[in-house]
Design a protein. Structure first.
Ligand SMILES: Cc1ncc(COP(=O)(O)O)c(C=O)c1O
Length: 555
């Protein structure tokens, strides 16, 4: 064959191979796009870009009460209710508010949480007239008392840390400290109490090895780092909306100033996601926060995002368990490390956490929050071969992880008290009929709300609850202020997350339910849930979009 013919053939061959490779890449790219949730939470880069374009604007006093186009009499009714509530807050919570105002300028966190309790258009006016106290002085049973002596039923759950009741953690910290006092806060060498902790954690997690860190965020960082090291692959898969702490790689999108290049955010409970896991070669691990079962593909609900009544939640245990089983199978098939991030749900839904609750085993599990017995903690439990931080045949190729305060003796002491308690009859009793108890409480409350024709309901994953609203409204975020006025303590995300400790008795819960209904009735009476056939979630969103664009273009 002539040389030119050979060259031409070779060129055709190379061209064909290049086209095939491009088509292959394109197909993978399309599969990845299909596996992204259609919401902005599923498109982190776009969300960041759009967020940067949203201009600040706010409602003046008149518009504040009729942003939904309510007639004058309704707006007046709202204003009267607001003023009554404002007077009540300023007298009843006077000292707590005074101290908070003093500290707000110098504690950055207070400025942030203060600004993001309600949608920004309403934020400044609400802050001025319904200031929230950030200080508390004591706890007892399931109640918490502020600086003015007001006792609230605690629905904050201390971000989920409080599983067993504050009294338990006070004792755990005290007795744990007593266990290690002779050694004191020595770091590096261990107090022997750690040995029992790792044995108990091994048994609870069903995994071989344990590492200790200082927060849930760090435990997640380490789990992902180990997965990348051992698989020699780059990407982590997280599910749309899931929170895994505030490390950049697991928190792409709004809130993180730089893009997370090695993170795929995919649809939860979706065959499209399974297809991506089956076909891509860059995936080191899949990170699951089982709390997402309550609201798959949606971010942790916060009242600052309550622009309309679109928030929904529903927990289907069987469906989520079936999904986790599918995920487990694909991860096994593809040698992808399956990580359960149980920082929130661990020890709350079952003694053996989400693995036991859903009947699915993970390769690595992260725990935190309550496991520290009331002190800061993050823990990774994993299979031996995944936990190893060096290679026997490549001494310079290590997976580094340190932290000055890891395995702090006082934390190990308090953890020991916590883990011991789980082995006592009292510790085991808390998990008996746990879901039955909390589901009945949620259903009972919903029945009462429905009977009163109130447009609010709750959904729950065991003792983790969220509130949603059944009639279109722009004012659902006001509900948190009515709840506080009734003596229910909420965290800064308001009605988005109510967290109960498991020591709530029926009598305690009855108090909460009564107050909850009373708050909703007061809110209804004050006209905030005024409705009109033309007021729909869609019309509300459209109106806000129009305001935003107008502000952006003409202000
Ligand atoms: C599932 C999950 N992972 C990680 C974290 C981060 O834990 P930490 O706040 O201790 O850093 C949280 C905190 O809420 C969490 O809920």
């Amino acid at each position: 064959m002539a040389a030119w013919a050979t060259t031409t053939l070779a060129l055709y061959g190379a061209g064909g191979a290049a086209v095939a490779a491009s088509l292959f890449k394109l197909r993978r790219r399309l599969e990845l796009s299909q596996a992204k949730h259609r919401s902005l939470a599923g498109h982190s880069r776009m969300a960041r870009r759009l967020a940067a374009l949203v201009p600040f604007y706010e409602y003046d006093e008149a518009r504040f009460f009729c942003a939904d186009g309510a007639p004058t009499d309704v707006a007046q009714c709202r204003r009267a209710g607001f003023e009554r509530l404002s007077a009540l807050y300023k007298t009843r919570f006077a000292e707590s508010i005074r101290r908070t105002a003093e500290a707000a300028d110098i504690i950055s966190d207070l400025q942030f949480t203060g600004a993001y309790r309600v949608p920004f258009q309403f934020s400044r006016y609400t802050r001025k007239h319904l200031p929230s106290g950030a200080f508390m002085q004591s706890t007892e049973g399931v109640t918490i008392t502020d600086l003015d002596g007001n006792r609230f039923y605690d629905l904050t759950g201390s971000y989920g840390v409080n599983v067993l009741g504050y009294g338990f953690y006070k004792d755990a910290i005290e007795h744990g400290a007593a266990q290690v006092r002779e050694l004191g806060p020595v770091l590096g060498p261990y107090h022997p109490v750690i040995v029992e902790n790792v044995k108990l954690l091994k048994e609870i997690s069903g995994l071989d090895e344990i590492s200790f860190h200082m927060s849930g965020t760090e435990a997640v960082m380490q789990a992902v780092r180990l997965a990348r090291y051992h698989t020699r692959r780059s990407h982590l898969v997280r599910f749309c909306g899931a929170y895994h702490g505030w490390w950049g790689d697991v928190q792409p999108g709004i809130g993180n100033p730089v893009p997370a290049h090695e993170t795929h955010t995919l649809k939860d409970m979706s065959g499209d996601t399974l297809r991506v896991l089956r076909t891509r070669r860059d995936i080191a691990c899949v990170l699951v926060n089982p709390l997402q079962a309550l609201h798959p593909n949606a971010s942790a609900p916060s009242d600052s995002a309550l622009l309309d009544s679109g928030r929904r939640a529903h927990f289907d245990k069987d469906a989520y368990a079936a999904w986790l089983k599918e995920l487990r199978a694909v991860c096994t098939e593809r040698n992808i490390v399956l990580i359960f991030d149980e920082v929130f749900v661990g020890f709350r839904v079952a003694r053996g956490g989400a693995q036991e609750y859903f009947g699915v085993r993970a390769d690595l599990v992260t725990y935190g929050k309550t496991l520290g017995g009331g002190l800061p903690i993050g823990v990774v439990c994993g299979r031996h071969e995944l936990m190893k931080r060096f290679r026997d045949d490549r001494p310079a190729d290590i997976c580094f992880a340190r932290g000055s305060f890891n395995s702090h003796p006082y934390v190990m002491g308090a953890m020991n008290e916590f883990l011991h308690h789980l082995h006592t009859p009292a510790g085991q009793a808390i998990y008996q009929n746990l879901d039955g108890t909390w589901n009945a409480r949620a259903e009972g409350l919903n029945a009462r709300l429905r009977a009163e024709d109130l447009p609010v309901e709750v959904a729950n994953l065991s003792s983790i609850w969220t509130v949603y609203y059944t009639r279109p409204s722009r004012y659902n975020w006001m509900f948190q202020y009515y709840l506080r006025a009734e003596g229910l303590a909420l965290s800064w995300v308001g009605t988005g997350r109510l967290i109960f400790s498991l020591n709530y008795t029926e009598a305690d819960f009855e108090q909460v339910a009564e107050r909850f209904v009373a708050a909703a009735k007061a809110m209804q009476r004050d006209g905030w849930w005024w409705s009109h056939p033309e007021l729909t979630n869609k019309s509300i969103r459209r109106a806000i979009l129009k305001e935003t664009i107008t502000r952006r273009l003409f202000a």
